[in-house]
Every structure is written in structure tokens, then in C-alpha cells.
Design a protein around this ligand. Structure first.
Ligand SMILES: Cc1cc2nc3c(=O)[nH]c(=O)nc-3n(C[C@H](O)[C@H](O)[C@H](O)COP(=O)(O)OP(=O)(O)OC[C@H]3O[C@@H](n4cnc5c(N)ncnc54)[C@H](O)[C@@H]3O)c2cc1C
Length: 454
């Protein structure tokens, strides 16, 4: 006969559901935070050690901010979350029937992570549209490695020019090409001119850095196409004013060590070659390699850019225990912006946290609230578009600054960034110009590319 103690429900040891989150970007972090204290055990897996604030990567690349100011260690961010554990490794394969994900460590060895619920927030990477050979000459802008690789290219280009005897030899080093006229391309182009005309202007003897040519190539008929036409026209005027040479309706057809080749639609495919030693690539994104592995294992197809279509509650069709959130999810026409990732992370975290003991997660549909978007153009010039609100110029720049500081992770990073911005505004100087000599290949893929078969 059972004693009173044996029959007590307290004694019935029910293992807590295990929630595995892949990715510690905006989506993953917000999901993990929402699950803090919930009756579940959470593991957050990322291939890097830090949460990276991608919207300010270009400021790290151009020597304004340090990599520490735009990133925060995941373990530090989640240190007060007793039920959340951080694991370092790259998700490589998944067995959805056994509910086990296999990840690899830095050294290539594997480890398994069993789960009851899986949240995939692995984001996107730079797309080269079938021309991966461009990567070696034209780094993208998605990771801290990318930002540091770009910083190395920019700073060493000025140094090379300084050391060369003739203007002809210097010219390609003082010409900078940016492919892609979206927010990142525009921000990069503006920042390079700012670096050349303000920060480096009086630091060289042989060259005048302010003579640096910055070429911005864009396939569309206007820059910042996701913004209202009037704002985009204003941005173009600012770019013209700061000296960025914009080429619209132009497609890049080749990138090599010595330059960039383009064709423009209105010149019947006539090719033009621009001699430059610095090409930066911001023209499009595609899903990270794990998305193909996941889609293959789950028997779903990938949509535009390799994104995975989700149900209104953000689960993968036919897989109520797997959610895809953030940039990687395809739901209606939601844009790949931080706000979508944060809100979708919070939503899924909330659905799992609200789960009744022994029951299943809440299945309510995700509702996105659009708080608008902002883009930096040049000193004291930025845009903000939120619903019917359109702000540009100095007011847009203040709004842009407030938003970015608000969403930067950690008080230390916020203060550091504010101080750095203030110093640069007051003096024009940029102190974060140290360069490292890392392996440029590792900027793309420190771990081996997983294949759907593996
Ligand atoms: C240069 C730049 C500027 C931007 N500017 C803005 C802006 O001004 N405003 C705005 O709203 N948005 C901006 N964005 C977009 C915004 O940063 C993204 O929408 C947001 O980061 C998406 O969040 P996410 O969580 O989906 O993915 P991410 O933030 O990309 O995080 C994905 C995480 O998954 C990890 N990961 C990937 N693959 C694996 C794997 N196989 N195993 C383990 N971990 C993995 C990565 O290391 C990363 O930490 C910008 C993006 C870039 C690149």
C-alpha cells in the first residue's frame, strides 16, 4: 500500500521540457529572456560567444566603435537566467524524430543536444548570388569578423597609398567601391567619406585622404528603396553633398583583386571597369547554411533567399515543436529587421512559457507591431520612417541615435558608444583603427559548411 508521502504529487518527478534555441542574435536573445524563470530548461546555442548588434557593424568597420562596444558576451547577458544555459557550437544536423540536434565545436568534434521544443533563430548571411569567388576581394557585413576585415582593408588602403610614389599608383588604393544601395551600403559609403574627410584628413603627409573616391553601385533606380521616395531622395542629396558618387541601375558583373566591373541597363550592357583595391559587398542576404539542413530534415522547401515559411504561430508546417523566427522566417512580407526578430523571439518565448504543465505551448498567432526603421546617412543626417511619420536631417539623426542606444545590449556598451560618438562629433577623430591580420577566409565560415546530406 502506498504511503501518503509516496502518493504525494510533489514526489512525481516530471522532467522539465527542454527548449533549445539556435542563435543568440536578436531573435534568440529575446526568446531566452522571455523564458527566464519559466518551468523549462533552456539551452541557447550559438557559433559565436557574443550577441552582435549588427546595425552598428559599419561603425566598427570604419574605426568609430570597437568590436566590444557593439557586442556582448552571451554568457554575461544571460548570467541571471538560472534556467538558461549557453552552449558554444555550430548546429550542423538534426533528427526531428528523435528530437536531437547535433552541433560541432570549434575543433570539429560533435556533441548532441536533445530537445522537446526547438526555436531556430540562426539569421542570414551575405549573399553573393552564385559568385562566392567575390568573397576574397569583397567582404560582406554580417559578422564582427566581416567588420574587422573591412576595417583592415580600409585602413591599409590609406597606408598603402601613403607609401606609393606616384598619384597613378595611389589612385586605386584611394578608390573605394560599395556594392548595394540599401541601408548598409549607404551607411558604409557615407562613413568612408567621413573617415577620409574628417578623421584622417590631417594625419598623412604624402596623400590627402579627403581625395578618396567612394563609388556606390546599386541595381535599383534609387537608394534606400525600402524607405519613402522623398526620404530616399533626401538621402541621395546628402550622399552627393558628402562626395559619394552614386551609380544607379548598375549591376556588378565581376570583382577581382584590381577592381570591379559593372554593366548598366541603360547602356545596352556596356561593361565598365573601375580600378580599386577596396570593394565592399552589401548586395543581398541569404539563409545561413543550417537552414538548408533543417529544411531537408523537416521536408519543407525554402523560399526567397532560403528562408523557411512558417505558420501564423511561427511553427514550421507539420512540426508544432519547431519554430523559426527572426530573419530566417518567411511570414507574409515581414522585413528582415531587428524589431521583427525581437518581437518574434518574445512571442515564441511567451507561447512556451504560458504552456500549461504537461500540456502544449500556446498557439496564438504572431502579431507584428511596426515601429518603423531608421538609416544613418552622414554626420548629423539620418532618416526615420515610422507609420505616417517621416523625419530626416538633424532630427532624424537624433531619433536614429536614441533608437540605437536604446537597443544596444548592456549599459556599459551604451555609455561607451555615447562617449565615442560625442568625442568623434567634437573632434572628428576615430580611435578604433587598430587592425589585425586574421585569415580573411575565416570571416566567411570558421566552421566547415554543413551539407544537407551530412
Ligand atoms: C550591417 C547591418 C545593419 C543592419 N541595420 C539594421 C537597422 O538599422 N535596423 C534594423 O532593424 N535592422 C538592421 N539590420 C538587420 C538586423 O540586424 C537583423 O534583422 C537581426 O539581426 C536579425 O536577428 P536574428 O536573431 O534573426 O539573426 P541574427 O541577429 O543574425 O543572429 C543569428 C545568430 O545565429 C547564429 N548562428 C547562425 N548559424 C548558426 C548555427 N548553425 N549554429 C549556431 N549558431 C548559429 C549567429 O552566430 C548569430 O548569433 C542590420 C543588419 C546588418 C547586417
Amino acid at each position: 500500500m502506498a504511503t501518503a508521502q509516496e502518493s504525494s504529487p510533489i514526489d512525481v518527478k516530471r522532467p522539465r521540457p527542454r527548449v533549445l534555441i539556435i542563435g543568440g542574435g536578436f531573435g534568440g536573445i529575446y526568446a531566452a529572456r522571455r523564458l527566464r524563470g519559466a518551468d523549462v530548461d533552456v539551452t541557447l546555442l550559438d557559433r559565436g560567444t557574443s550577441h552582435v548588434f549588427q546595425p552598428l557593424l559599419y561603425q566598427c568597420a570604419t574605426g568609430l566603435l570597437s568590436e566590444g562596444e557593439i557586442s556582448s558576451p552571451l554568457r554575461h547577458l544571460l548570467r541571471g537566467h538560472g534556467n538558461v544555459h549557453v552552449a558554444l557550437g555550430e548546429a550542423r544536423s538534426i533528427d526531428p524524430d528523435a528530437k536531437v540536434l547535433t552541433a560541432s565545436r570549434f575543433d570539429g568534434s560533435d556533441f548532441d543536444l536533445p530537445y522537446d521544443y526547438l526555436i531556430v533563430a540562426a539569421g542570414m548571411r551575405q549573399a553573393y548570388h552564385g559568385h562566392d569567388e567575390y568573397i576574397q576581394w569583397a567582404p560582406g557585413m554580417k559578422t564582427v569578423d566581416d567588420a574587422l576585415a573591412i576595417r583592415r582593408k580600409l585602413i591599409s588602403a590609406f597606408e598603402m597609398a601613403e607609401s606609393l610614389p606616384t598619384a597613378k599608383e595611389r589612385r586605386p588604393w584611394l578608390t573605394f567601391a560599395v556594392a548595394g544601395g540599401g541601408p548598409t551600403g549607404v551607411e558604409m559609403a557615407g562613413q568612408i567619406r567621413e573617415l577620409a574627410t574628417h578623421s584622417l584628413a590631417h594625419e598623412f603627409q604624402a596623400i590627402d585622404p579627403s581625395e578618396a573616391r567612394v563609388l556606390l553601385f546599386h541595381g535599383g533606380d534609387r537608394v534606400l528603396q525600402s524607405f519613402d521616395r522623398r526620404l530616399s531622395a533626401g538621402a541621395q542629396r546628402t550622399l552627393d553633398k558628402v562626395g559619394v558618387e552614386t551609380h544607379l541601375g548598375v549591376h556588378v558583373t565581376d570583382v577581382c583583386e584590381t577592381g570591379i566591373e559593372t554593366t548598366s541597363g541603360d547602356q545596352a550592357g556596356i561593361k565598365k571597369f573601375y580600378e580599386t583595391r577596396t570593394v565592399l559587398w552589401t548586395a543581398g542576404v541569404e539563409a545561413v547554411p543550417f537552414a538548408a539542413v533543417l529544411a531537408d530534415a523537416l521536408g519543407v522547401t525554402q523560399t526567397h533567399g532560403g528562408r523557411i515559411t512558417v505558420e501564423p504561430d511561427l511553427t514550421v508546417p507539420g512540426h508544432p515543436d519547431i519554430w523559426v523566427i527572426g530573419d530566417l522566417m518567411s511570414l507574409k512580407d515581414l522585413p528582415g529587421v531587428a524589431e521583427v526578430a525581437m518581437q518574434s523571439g518574445k512571442h515564441v518565448g511567451g507561447c512556451i512559457a504560458r504552456m500549461v504543465p504537461g500540456g502544449s505551448p500556446d498557439r496564438r498567432p504572431f502579431k507584428y507591431r511596426d515601429f518603423g526603421s531608421a538609416a544613418y546617412i552622414a554626420r548629423r543626417q539620418a532618416l526615420l520612417q515610422a507609420g505616417p511619420i517621416r523625419i530626416s536631417g538633424f532630427a532624424g539623426w537624433v531619433a536614429w541615435g536614441v533608437i540605437h542606444i536604446a537597443f544596444l545590449a548592456g549599459y556599459r556598451n551604451r555609455f561607451g558608444t555615447l562617449l565615442n560618438w560625442a568625442a568623434t562629433l567634437a573632434t572628428g577623430s576615430r580611435r578604433e583603427r587598430a587592425i589585425t591580420y586574421g585569415d580573411p577566409e575565416s570571416a566567411r565560415q570558421p566552421y566547415a559548411d554543413p551539407s544537407p546530406e551530412s
